[in-house]
Ligand binder design. Structure first.
Ligand code: UDX
Length: 445
């Protein structure tokens, strides 16, 4: 099949490359010339394990190309995939201007029957608007479909090639048949449904996952008070098939390009229909609040943070990515600065992106984990990079001025800390070297 993918962000680039890998001829289009030049030089603009070799192999095989020429690409394809960004507007609503522009340009380039698929996360009803916008520019016959994307950064290639399910929302039997064929090699779980339900599946899935995270984070906060261990609690809960064990890792809250944006957008979508999505609003509040626990724990240990030096390990919103969008590190570092602390930070791959967004005021960007911990008054772990997990806490203790470790991602086990003098505050595990071994009695019987 000849496919054009519009937008070479995470979703567009990875989907395009994976469709080429399946044997299709794929043209990836982007307005940003610099990005297309980079891709044409064989450089990958994002850090995503496994992507570079797939791009090279498929370019060499002549199945994958990159261009800024949307019209020619659309003219040459029977399937057009819209994968442009839908960032948040200040009120939380999804900004659809890139989608609208793409739809208009597709309409102008129509030269025969095509299926227009939207992979970008868009509010319910948007695909129908896309159809109207395309129709304004052409008399040609075409169908639309919503095929939402569920890939995770860091595992994007394997998620795309081995998805849990593929959702195909369309009102056309012809489009359904073609899209089922295109995806049938990827999974047995192909869900063909109506367009609005497909659009809603994406938001509902992300909102549910965000809810799971905020839920376990609140359970962790209670665990700290009652002397229970959240990792054991999550393990025990996870065996119930109705609950499942994934997405129950307590930490400093979710970040990234999807959960924060999509939860806000769904709250807005509901609000526009006069529905107050109270549960999801609380999920968002809990997530914001969770980041401040790092500061509270630091203040509990050091008192006033003015004049202190705090080491930060991890700036990416999660490991295996250089993406810093909505990373908890932004708020935590900003709060440290407000309190007069200096920061020395290290991330294996995301420091440059963080510097571009946050700047360098009050932060020394370090080139090793050791440098960021060196003579710090306390060290905070904000991303669970494997590199940090592999370091010996005893060695880390020797680098610090005071042996205070605030682990926002629960990367160390109790045995690793034994024999050290590290005062260790993790999330929802109060018994671990934290001096909180004896919780207050719960009930006086
Ligand atoms: C997410 C969805 O998983 C994906 O299906 C969707 O299409 C896009 O958004 P991604 O943002 O790449 O993918 O990351 P994910 O691995 O889901 O993690 C999101 C955030 O949740 C991270 O900040 C992570 O640290 C946090 N998280 C995840 C937790 O705090 N605890 C968990 O148990 C799981």
């Amino acid at each position: 099949m000849r496919i054009t993918v519009i937008g070479t962000g995470y979703v567009g680039l990875v989907s395009g490359v994976c469709f080429a890998e399946l044997g299709n001829r794929v043209i990836c289009v982007d307005k940003m010339e610099a990005k297309i030049d980079q891709l044409n030089r064989g450089e990958v603009p994002i850090y995503e394990p496994g992507l570079q070799p797939l791009i090279s192999a498929n370019r060499e095989a002549g199945r994958l190309s990159f261009t800024t020429d949307l019209r020619a690409s659309v003219e040459a394809s029977e399937l057009v995939i819209i994968a442009v960004g839908t960032p948040s507007l200040p009120n939380g609503q999804a900004n659809l201007s890139y989608i609208e522009q793409a739809a208009a340009e597709i309409g102008q380039a129509m030269n025969g029957y095509k299926i227009i698929v939207t992979k970008s996360t868009v509010p319910v009803g948007t695909n129908e608007r896309i159809r109207d916008m395309i129709r304004q520019h052409t008399e040609e016959v075409f169908d639309i479909a919503s095929v939402p994307e569920f890939l995770r950064e860091g595992t994007a290639v394997s998620d795309t090639l081995n998805p849990d399910r593929v959702v195909i929302g369309t009102d056309s039997a012809r489009a359904a048949e073609c899209l089922v064929e295109l995806h049938s090699r990827l999974t047995d779980h192909l869900i063909v449904t109506d367009i609005r339900s497909a659009e809603m599946i994406k938001y509902a899935s992300n909102a549910f996952l965000a809810t799971k995270i905020s839920f376990i984070n609140e359970i962790a906060n209670i665990c700290e008070k009652v002397g229970a261990d959240v990792t054991k609690v999550a393990y025990g809960m996870g065996f119930d098939k109705r609950i499942g064990s994934s997405f129950l890792k307590a930490g400093i809250g979710y970040g990234g390009s999807c959960f924060p944006k999509d939860t806000q957008a769904l709250i807005q979508i509901a609000g526009q229909m006069d529905y107050d999505f109270k549960l999801l609003k609380s999920v968002v509040d809990v997530n914001r609040e969770q980041r401040y626990n790092v500061i509270r724990k630091l203040e509990g240990l050091l008192g006033n943070l003015a004049g202190t030096t705090i080491g930060i390990w991890g700036l990416a919103f999660k490991p295996e990515t250089d993406d810093v969008r909505d990373a908890p590190a932004f708020e935590i570092i900003a709060e440290l600065h407000k309190r007069g602390a200096q920061v020395q930070a290290y991330d294996p791959v995301a420091a440059d992106n963080f510097r571009k967004e946050y700047g360098s005021d009050g932060i020394v960007y370090c080139s090793t984990a050791r440098e960021a911990a060196w003579q710090a008054d306390a060290l905070c772990i904000l991303t669970e990079w494997k590199e940090f997990q592999e370091l010996e806490p005893l060695e880390v203790e020797g680098w610090l001025k005071s042996p205070y470790l605030i682990d926002g991602r629960n990367i160390y086990e109790e045995e690793q800390l034994s024999g050290t003098n590290i005062v260790y505050y993790s999330v929802g595990r109060p018994g671990m070297n934290s001096g909180l071994k004896e919780p207050a009695p719960l009930l006086s019987l």
